[in-house]
Ligand binder design. Structure first.
Ligand code: PLP
Length: 497
């Protein structure tokens, strides 16, 4: 049995969609080489359909985005940038990269766009090195009147030493920052001398006055704003003023909220583009594109950023750049603005309902796409235990450290709940309330098991009846809001394939 024939059978009385035909046909092609891989891809679809996706950093990209990635473009080497390649035969990659850059510039109103970074982590690394190149290396070379290749080994080592002594100030991990913002186990802390700003210990909000003070003391080369788990908007005008007061470069990592900027849910001082010197992003979170990275910058850094290869990365991935172009074009459609605003409204509804239930929501609510729940103080459960309970009732979400977490960064005390994926499949405020009710029901009827006389931080027991009620509530939603509804297939038939 072929996947395509299975689809044709399952969709007999419905409109057959070209994207679904293409997806199913691709599974047949994959199956002809390794059936186990084809089965795993389909099994992932079944898994994603059976659980509500509430991981704040994930989404459902369109089939057009996915199909743009799965083709012969992957075969082409195209090191360099548009019109300036180290390889022959790059005319078509030039077309694709220029389109992706153009759409990105239009979408964000940016001076310069670079669409080659393979991921958000790569984008950040390129940005750090581009800043070091422009603000340290180029100045030093100008002073010495030499090009980089002309330096003796001794001169080069002394330049390297100078570059390795530059400072960066970013948000700490437990306040909501990301690993790539100077965390000791990440290369960013080895490349730069990093220190962190925290959030207010009572409100858990960014304290701009405290950052100002810290930056005056540190005098960093880079002030970095952006987060992975902070449920509020940032005032980038304030961040710009703080950076300017010590001549620092303002870098913003909008990996999480770039879709909210693109969809104009974040405007004015909450849109980083007019204020930051360099903005990095992923393309697969709220922006709903392929897995990848993006850099937007002011003209001062454009040349250095465009040298991301060889600075950090090797050959670009033309298939992913094609998918980024498709995603940016999709985000330029006015419907994306409705999407972005609904993401925020949904998160707001979710947070409000938890507050009504008396749960502890970090910062008391949300202004973006995520809700951070302190499950330890609300339900006496660790983040790890709560994450497991949610999976048992049909929700995929991730545990998250909260500020000064009593359970540490692995077990944690928090849950991070995101609305981008659920909004993509059409859910609104009513569904968010139902989800908050189901989560509250399950967590408030869960108790840690006893382990050698003490309470386990991981093993818990949920009252079976209450768990079943919560499962039913979630099942109703997964049934009503199917993921990739056009991808029809007969599961029983598939199992015999
Ligand atoms: N920056 C931020 C703020 C993130 O949240 C993430 C990923 O979660 C990254 C960078 C890294 O992105 P990637 O996983 O694509 O490397």
């Amino acid at each position: 049995m072929s996947y395509l024939k299975n689809y044709l059978k399952a969709s007999k009385h419905l409109d057959q969609k070209e994207s679904a035909l293409a997806f199913m046909a691709s599974l047949d092609v994959i199956q002809s080489v390794d059936p186990k891989i084809a089965q795993a891809i389909l099994a992932e679809l079944t898994d994603q359909r059976s659980f509500l996706k509430m991981i704040a950093s994930e989404n459902y990209s369109s089939l057009a985005v996915q199909l743009a990635m799965g083709n012969l473009l992957t075969d082409k080497y195209s090191e360099g940038s548009v019109g300036k390649r180290f390889y022959a035969g790059c005319k078509n990659v030039d077309t694709i990269e220029a389109l992706a850059e153009g759409y990105a510039k239009e979408l964000f109103g940016a001076d310069c766009a670079y669409v080659q970074p393979h991921s958000g982590a790569d984008a950040n690394l390129i940005a750090f090195l581009a800043i070091l190149t422009v603000r340290v290396q180029d100045k030093e070379l100008q002073y010495q009147g030499k090009k980089l290749g002309e330096l003796s080994q001794e001169e080069f080592l002394s330049l390297r030493d100078l570059m390795l002594h530059q400072k960066m100030v970013g948000m700490s991990l437990d306040a909501g920052g990301h690993l790539t913002h100077g965390y000791r186990h990440n290369i960013s802390s080895k490349l730069m001398i990093s220190s962190f700003y925290e959030v207010d210990s009572k409100t858990h909000l960014i304290d701009y006055a405290a950052i100002q003070k810290q930056v005056e003391e540190e005098k960093p080369l880079i002030l970095l704003a952006g987060y992975s788990s902070y449920p509020r908007k940032i005032d980038f005008a304030k961040m710009r003023n703080i950076a300017d007061s010590v001549g620092a470069v303002l870098m913003v990592d909008m990996a999480h909220f770039s879709g909210l900027v693109a969809g104009k849910a974040f405007t004015g001082v909450h849109n980083p583009i007019p204020y930051a010197d360099i903005v990095t992003s992923t393309t697969h979170k709220t922006l709903r594109g392929p897995r990848g990275g993006l850099i937007l910058c002011k003209q001062e850094f454009a040349e250095a950023v465009k040298k991301g290869c060889p600075l950090v990365i090797g050959g670009p991935m033309p298939h992913v750049m094609a998918a980024k172009a498709i995603a940016f074009k999709e985000a330029l459609d006015p419907s994306f603005q409705e999407y972005a605003s609904q993401i925020v409204q949904n998160a707001h509804a979710l947070a409000e309902r938890f507050v009504e239930h008396g749960a502890s929501v970090i910062t008391g609510g949300t202004e973006n796409h995520m809700v951070l729940l302190d499950v330890f103080s609300s339900y006496g459960l660790t983040g790890k235990a709560a994450e497991n309970v949610l999976r048992e009732i049909g929700i995929t979400a991730n545990r998250n450290a909260i500020f000064q977490d009593p359970n540490g960064p692995w077990i944690t005390s928090g849950l991070r709940l995101g609305t981008p994926a659920l909004t993509t499949i059409g859910m609104k405020e009513t569904q968010m309330q139902m989800i908050a009710d189901a989560i509250h029901r399950a967590l408030s009827h869960t108790k840690p098991k006893k382990e050698n006389g003490a309470l386990s931080r991981v093993d818990v027991l949920t009252d079976p009846e209450e768990k079943q009620k919560a499962q039913k509530q979630i099942e109703q939603l997964t049934g009503e809001f199917p993921v990739y509804p056009e991808l029809l297939f007969d599961e029983e038939l598939c199992q015999t394939m």
